[in-house]
Design a protein around this ligand. Structure first.
Ligand SMILES: Nc1nc2c(ncn2[C@@H]2O[C@H](COP(=O)(O)OP(=O)(O)OP(=O)(O)O)[C@@H](O)[C@H]2O)c(=O)[nH]1
Length: 279
């Protein structure tokens, strides 16, 4: 989930664990570098997870127990239960994490709603039990984004990870940024996936071919001097939506959106892997 300064500032002295979810979608070839980078930012407790396949989920509760146990806590003698708050950007998988913890530790199913769009969790609900020993409860919270995103590019990465509704940024703008990123990282899975023949950096041309391939075309009436003519036009927004959906489901391969940050300064901004860093 989103790490970095806001988390440290907000949580202050409270012990916290950074869970980088959707690890299945992220290119983790440089996992060690990611860990080092985060350590340089003061984030020492990091776990990569996949809440769909329950990967690494079993590490969470022991780590939380250790962190809470080694930190100062009022009334620890009287109150033995743990109450943990899950905080993260929208759509990163906070509710999925709670459900996954319950599957692993309580053999219980869904307790909190999961959705493919940001903003599924609207209010802080009552606490949800995730473990018996130690007795641990989690509070699901609505996704939060920093009030000010420091650059347009960071905003685009966050949008690409599905943290804001696509139409607010524009599906075609997002598709353009996705294409630019894939080409820059030389990830040409999209060429094969859509049978394009070759890589291309012109988003209109890619979306046109995607639309035709998927049969997402529409009849449009064009008024000419000699009468109306029906022409078939590619449905660019539908093609852009498909491109984004395919990317987010991992079908275009794992991606590390913050590769540049990792390669440049170790003190730069929090690293965003997506496929999602959501990791
Ligand atoms: N590929 C992949 N998808 C995941 C993972 N965890 C969650 N998802 C998917 O991500 C989407 C969002 O999950 P939620 O658990 O609703 O996310 P949230 O952070 O609670 O969302 P908000 O309530 O909007 O803040 C859903 O479609 C989940 O199925 C994961 O580890 N890998």
């Amino acid at each position: 989930m989103m790490p970095g300064y806001p988390l440290l500032e907000t949580l202050g002295i409270k012990p916290h664990l950074l869970i980088l979810n959707k690890m299945d979608l992220a290119d983790l070839k440089e996992q060690q570098k990611i860990i080092q980078h985060l350590e340089g930012e003061g984030l020492k407790n990091v776990i990569f997870t996949n809440c769909i396949k329950d990967e690494n989920i079993k590490q969470v509760i022991p780590k939380v127990t250790e962190l809470v146990g080694s930190s100062y806590r009022y009334h620890r003698g009287e109150n033995v239960e743990f109450c943990i708050m899950v905080i993260g950007v929208p759509n990163v998988g906070k509710s999925s994490l709670i459900n996954s913890l319950r599957r692993q530790h309580l053999r219980k199913g869904k307790a909190t709603r999961v959705g493919g769009e940001p903003g599924i969790t609207r209010a802080v609900m009552s606490r949800i039990q995730v473990c018996e020993r130690p007795l641990m409860f989690l509070l699901d919270t609505p996704g939060v984004l920093a009030p000010r995103i420091e650059s347009v590019e960071t905003g685009l990465k966050l949008a690409l990870c599905g943290t804001v509704l696509d139409h607010l940024v524009g599906e075609e703008t997002l598709a353009d940024y996705l294409l630019y990123t894939l080409n820059r990282h030389q990830l040409f899975g999209y060429v094969q996936h859509y049978g394009l023949g070759e890589a291309c950096d012109d988003v209109a041309s890619v979306l046109k071919r995607v639309a035709v391939r998927l049969g997402k075309t529409q009849k449009v009436k064009v008024l000419t001097g000699t009468g109306n003519v029906n022409v078939i036009q590619p449905n660019y927004p539908a093609a852009a939506r498909d491109f984004l959906r395919t990317f987010r489901s991992g079908l275009l391969g794992p991606v590390m959106l913050d590769r540049d940050i990792l390669q440049s300064s170790p003190q730069a901004d929090p690293c965003l892997a997506l496929g999602p860093r959501d990791v």
